[in-house]
Design a protein around this ligand. Structure first.
Ligand SMILES: Cc1cc2nc3c(=O)[nH]c(=O)nc-3n(C[C@H](O)[C@H](O)[C@H](O)COP(=O)(O)OP(=O)(O)OC[C@H]3O[C@@H](n4cnc5c(N)ncnc54)[C@H](O)[C@@H]3O)c2cc1C
Length: 388
């Protein structure tokens, strides 16, 4: 399937990622899916090749690549049938430390994250009671001398069992003492190796796809004050700062998923003979695939527009949100068309279609649901009254 940008500035990276992914075929992912295992070998290979440190500046030991290169890496991981969900967060969570951390934090963490010596895969934002309404979260970090004492709970903290560090968003000022609802929240780097079993409990949540996600409980967990990122009370803004990059990268993954489904479905439709002719000759099979392809190409352009703005130092809020929604929709349309094209065989594990189908459904909900993207566009782009 051709790339939209020609010549593609990231063609070489894509070729290299393709070669790496070829070492992790469908059977590798099927076994992990059955066991709900973590793709340690795959994540190690990506780390050693420098891909997970793509966005870390060279002065901190990373590759110092632009966001569009990181998007190309994740898109290719998905289009080759692998799963970036096991490690994609490492690419963008570190942005909070890079933009708002002290020099000491940047020097202590970023070079080790770049080499893989430290894994920053866990991002603790969502809570069971607050859900999408992040500013009403309840986990509280109380300052006591040279440390904070954290109590509360997070849910859907993915990869926590496979990470050394967690970026945590917690309340530091009670809700009834703040002026604006976005105040009073702070970000912390939690070294989970030091507090696991000592105030930190991690429980895996089994989900419809293999995502290594967990719920987390904090019971008087101690975090050194020096692990506060930036200014106390401004954490929500820091998290928002990183969301455009996150949405553009997830959109790129969805485009990769759409390409995987379309490649798989078109190959099968050309080959499979029913009533003495290829099923791909029927317009009932062709049209959903053609439509999903057009959706994917449109989403791809939106990712490129968002990355270009981001790389020019502008804020691509509109593009990042639209790219995430269009990408997730394109991936889901392609998944639907693919499973339908495969007929009964789409449901058999060995073709990988049902597994990818389950995996790509997530992006209608996380990291932000489609409804909330539409609300963002209605309010911030179209100037309509806030609906919630
Ligand atoms: C597998 C998985 C992995 C995840 N990983 C992480 C992670 O690593 N870190 C992390 O912090 N979070 C993570 N999440 C959480 C994810 O970001 C949330 O699930 C998502 O933001 C939705 O929040 P919620 O589940 O609480 O849904 P709710 O907020 O309860 O919403 C439920 C439904 O109501 C809709 N809704 C709510 N309010 C409105 C409104 N005002 N207007 C219209 N519709 C509305 C939503 O769109 C949604 O469809 C993960 C979730 C999953 C399932």
């Amino acid at each position: 399937m051709q790339d939209t940008l020609r010549p593609d500035p990231h063609a070489q990276i894509k070729d290299e990622v393709r070669k790496l992914c070829a070492k992790f075929p469908g059977e590798y992912w099927r076994r992990l899916d059955r066991e709900r295992g973590y793709p340690t070998e795959f994540v190690t290979a990506l780390t050693e090749a420098g891909y997970l440190g793509a966005l870390i500046p060279e002065e901190y030991g990373g590759a110092g690549l632009p966001l569009s290169a990181a998007a190309a890496i994740l898109e290719t991981v998905q289009s080759e049938g692998c799963s970036g969900a096991a490690c994609h967060a490492q690419m963008y969570i570190m942005g909070t430390i890079l933009r708002h951390g002290t020099d000491a934090q940047k020097t202590a963490y970023l070079p080790k994250i770049a080499t893989g010596e430290l894994r920053l895969q866990a991002f603790g934002v969502t809570e069971p009671t607050s859900g999408t309404d992040t500013t009403s979260l309840r986990t509280f970090a109380r300052k006591e001398g040279d440390h904070y004492v954290v109590n509360g709970q997070k849910v859907w903290t993915s990869r926590a069992e496979h990470s050394d560090l967690m970026l945590l968003l917690a309340r530091t000022t009670p809700r009834d003492q703040i002026e604006r609802r976005t105040d009073g929240l702070s970000t912390f780097i939690v070294d989970m190796r030091e507090v696991l079993g000592k105030g930190l409990t991690i429980r895996p949540i089994r989900t419809m796809m293999n995502h290594n996600t967990t719920e987390i409980f904090f019971d008087n967990m101690v975090v050194p004050a020096e692990n506060l990122v930036g200014v106390e009370g401004r954490g929500f803004r820091y998290i928002l700062d990183g969301m455009n990059a996150e949405r553009l990268l997830i959109a790129a993954e969805c485009i990769g998923d759409a390409k995987w489904f379309l490649n798989k479905a078109t190959a099968y439709a050309r080959d499979r003979q029913v009533f003495g002719r290829p099923i791909g000759q029927n317009q009932g099979i062709q049209f959903p695939l053609a439509r999903a392809y057009a959706q994917m190409r449109a989403a791809e352009l939106m990712v490129q527009a968002g990355c270009a703005k981001f790389e020019a130092g502008e804020t691509p809020g509109e593009e990042a949100n639209m790219a995430k929604m269009l990408g997730a929709d394109a991936a889901w349309a392609a998944a639907e068309a693919c499973i339908q094209t495969f007929g009964g065989f789409g449901f058999a594990e060995e073709y990988d279609v049902e597994r990818k189908y389950r995996e790509t459904r997530l992006y209608q909900v996380a990291p932000i649901s489609t409804n909330l993207i539409l609300s963002y566009l209605a309010e911030h782009v179209l100037g309509l009254p806030r609906s919630y």
